[in-house]
Ligand binder design. Structure first.
Ligand SMILES: [Zn+2]
Length: 265
């Protein structure tokens, strides 16, 4: 109780330093409340988080709108983003539409409609959204952006390969959607000044990192900060994340161990 009440109090001033961006990956359909993959949230948890945002007065916009100074809702603006483009996000898109919310997807273009063609440890065998699903979501007002062709570690590539990852993925998604693609998310959040410049040269207008903080803290549309959302994030945790613009908002971290123990008595 105290956890929820204090979190709500802290959250009252959450919007005063500017808009925030949330980052999701998989939204696991049925199955357990606690998905095994750390980058997944359950559908049930996702809906709870959306209901919290709506009830707390947060209005959503796309990452393009947020990063490039498009329509602003003023206070309490949040952009919801999804990296990789897992097919289970199609259901998450329905959950958003039912609440009149918008979001942005950063899709690995070389894996559209297939299992991921890149390999990460513990990665579940999920499929990536197919062309029809991406077109549906785009038609419904969602932003579709790029997460490169192959989920590459961009700073490790030579100039030619870097340009190909950025340009080919953008072209493939534009062909698929029949519409401009202006957004990028750096795979693994990895970028450097060369990648940032290459993204701009490839025709993007905004790019997202995985650094936490207020979205536009760096005042640079190619370095948009985002908060990572985990399955364990209750409404109270999410409230504190938005208030502190930080990923680690455990009471033990915020208050020190003794005060946190008192709170949980
Ligand atoms: Zn990714």
């Amino acid at each position: 109780m105290l956890d929820a009440t204090l979190s709500r109090l802290i959250h009252r001033r959450a919007h005063i330093k500017g808009p925030l961006v949330l980052m999701y990956h998989s939204v696991a359909d049925a199955g357990p409340l606690r998905p095994e993959w750390p980058w997944a949230v359950s559908r049930q948890r996702f809906r709870e988080q959306l209901d919290f945002l709506r009830d707390a007065g947060w209005l959503t916009c796309t990452q393009a709108e947020l990063a490039t100074g498009g329509p602003s809702h003023g206070e309490r603006t949040v952009a919801i983003t999804f990296d990789d483009g897992y097919a289970d996000n199609h259901g998450a898109c329905d959950d958003l539409l039912r609440r009149d919310m918008k979001a942005s997807w950063f899709v690995v273009s070389g894996s559209v409609g297939q299992p991921p063609r890149w390999q990460d440890p513990d990665q579940p065998r999920l499929r990536i959204l197919d062309a029809g699903q991406l077109r549906d979501m785009h038609a419904a007002g969602m932003e579709i952006g790029s997460h490169t062709v192959s989920h590459a570690r961009l700073p490790t590539l030579d100039d030619a390969a870097l340009a190909r990852e950025l340009t080919d993925s953008r072209a493939a998604l534009e062909d698929l959607l029949g519409a401009p693609v202006t957004g990028l998310a750096y795979p693994y959040g990895l970028y450097d000044e060369r990648c940032r410049t290459a993204a701009r040269d490839a025709g993007y207008r905004h790019a997202s990192t995985t650094q936490s903080g207020w979205a536009l803290l760096d005042k640079d549309p190619f370095l948009v900060r985002r908060l990572t959302v985990y399955n364990a994030d209750t409404a109270a945790t999410l409230a504190r994340k938005l208030a502190y613009a930080a990923n680690d908002v455990a009471w033990s971290h915020l208050l020190g161990e003794r005060a946190a123990r008192f709170l949980h008595r």
